[in-house]
Design a protein around this ligand. Structure first.
Ligand SMILES: *Cc1c(COP(=O)(O)O)cnc(C)c1O
Length: 405
């Protein structure tokens, strides 16, 4: 049985108060909270196993290396990647996408085209714009339909002779829309293109199997999936990673260095220059074990019920507008009340102990296409309760009359 109170007991932060009121944390799409086991793993590393990884002859270095490599293997299994050589540690989704844009991007030529969508997070837009200014590639954009679903007809029509790559979010951090990655990958491959997936909002909510999705790259961040900050993963298909040049140069990523020429380390180390964040790489194991202990499908079912319940009740509030109503969306609710500014709504909710995010959510092109400046966003995680949903809705009823003047 899904015992939410038992789950909450593992998250000390959830029992704190803000302004003398119990915290209701609904900002999970920005960062989820962290269970004890993850923090304990960090503490264990610092107190008992800290030493620089790889090539260490001594015991501590071996232990730290083993802990980090267990993190890699756990991440591999979590997304069903074929091998650990295809699982690269990065600082997060942003760095993972920058790696692809910079390294795979260096294989593209002027006039080559990259397809993105209007619902992308800035981290899946700006790296491609940087590439466009360096190499003269052209960016094409898939629009969204009224309900926030991708316009698949438009997607098919964007391909030309010059299209080389598609980069798309698994799920939108604003609309909650879950994109049909498998279908999109098949279409991209038919056109001889590769597909890169921004999985920051995928992994916390959806069972991800990179082989089943048949994607070429998949990027995600640990801090949005109950793990530590500062670490993320890039999965890449081996045949592509092998032909890509290193992203950064330094220690760890070399085979042999000499001033007459340097060779690269084997995968995945070719893409991991410098001392990796081995403490957080080890703690990532515990974040994934937390998800596995509940079962991602059970988490998804719980969040879906919260989403359905909360959405229905929110729509009873006069002037409520919800952005993103695509079927099968994940548990993210972006909204505005009447003509009220998103910031005012967020501030009043904060005073009642409710943490939501306000603004453009790093998706300004999407805001522009919706004709708004920003939204208020409530997003759910495994530990949110129906009682919290009720208190959130009661708070909205209480503040709505103060706002819509
Ligand atoms: C949060 C987020 C990112 C960026 O993740 P970082 O951890 O900040 O690198 C990218 N895309 C989406 C959809 C996100 O929600």
């Amino acid at each position: 049985m899904y015992d939410v109170e038992k789950i909450r007991a593992d998250f000390p932060i959830l029992s704190r108060e803000v302004y003398g009121k119990p915290l209701i944390y609904l900002d999970n799409a920005a960062s989820s909270q962290t269970p004890r086991r993850v923090v304990e793993s960090i503490e264990r590393m610092y107190f008992a196993h800290k030493a620089n990884v790889h090539r260490g002859v001594h015991c501590l270095s071996q232990e730290a290396t083993d802990a980090m490599e267990l993190g890699r293997e756990t991440a591999r299994a979590f997304i069903n990647a074929p091998s650990v050589e295809e699982v690269i540690f990065t600082r997060g989704t942003t760095e993972a996408i920058n790696l692809v844009a910079s390294s795979y991007g260096s294989l593209l030529s002027e006039g080559d085209e990259v397809i993105l969508s209007v619902m992308e997070h800035h981290s899946n837009i700006v790296p491609w714009q940087l590439l466009a200014s360096r190499r003269g590639i052209v960016i094409k954009v898939i629009p969204v339909l009224e309900d926030g679903a991708l316009d698949m007809e438009a997607y098919r029509n964007l391909f030309t002779e010059r299209t080389r790559l598609v980069s798309i979010c698994h799920a939108s951090n604003v609309l909650g829309t879950v994109n049909p990655i498998r279908e999109m990958a098949a279409i991209a491959h038919e056109h001889g293109c590769v597909i890169c997936v921004d999985g920051a909002q995928g992994v916390p909510h959806i069972k991800v199997d990179v082989r089943e999705l048949d994607c070429d790259f998949y990027a995600f961040s640990a801090h949005k999936m109950y793990g530590p900050t500062g670490i993320g993963i890039l999965y890449g298909r081996r045949s592509l990673l092998e032909k890509m040049p290193p992203y950064q140069g330094g220690g760890e990523m070399i085979g042999h260095v000499s001033f007459s020429g340097t060779t690269w380390a084997e995968l995945p180390f070719k893409f991991e220059a410098g001392t990796p964040d081995y403490v957080d790489a080890a703690a990532l194991t515990e974040g994934i074990r937390f998800i596995d202990s509940l079962g991602i499908d059970n988490i998804a079912a719980h969040e879906h019920e919260l989403l359905r319940y909360t959405t229905e009740k929110m729509l009873e509030i006069p002037g409520m507008r919800i952005f993103g109503t695509a079927p099968g969306k994940c548990a993210v609710i972006s909204f505005l009340i009447g003509r009220a500014h998103h910031y005012d709504t967020g501030m009043l909710l904060d005073k009642l102990g409710i943490a939501v995010r306000t603004g453009h959510h790093c998706a300004q092109p999407l805001m522009e296409s919706l004709g708004i400046e920003g939204t208020v966003r409530a997003s759910f995680a495994a530990y949110n309760t129906f009682d919290e949903a009720d208190r959130f809705i009661a708070a909205l009823h209480r503040i709505a009359p103060l706002l819509d003047s």
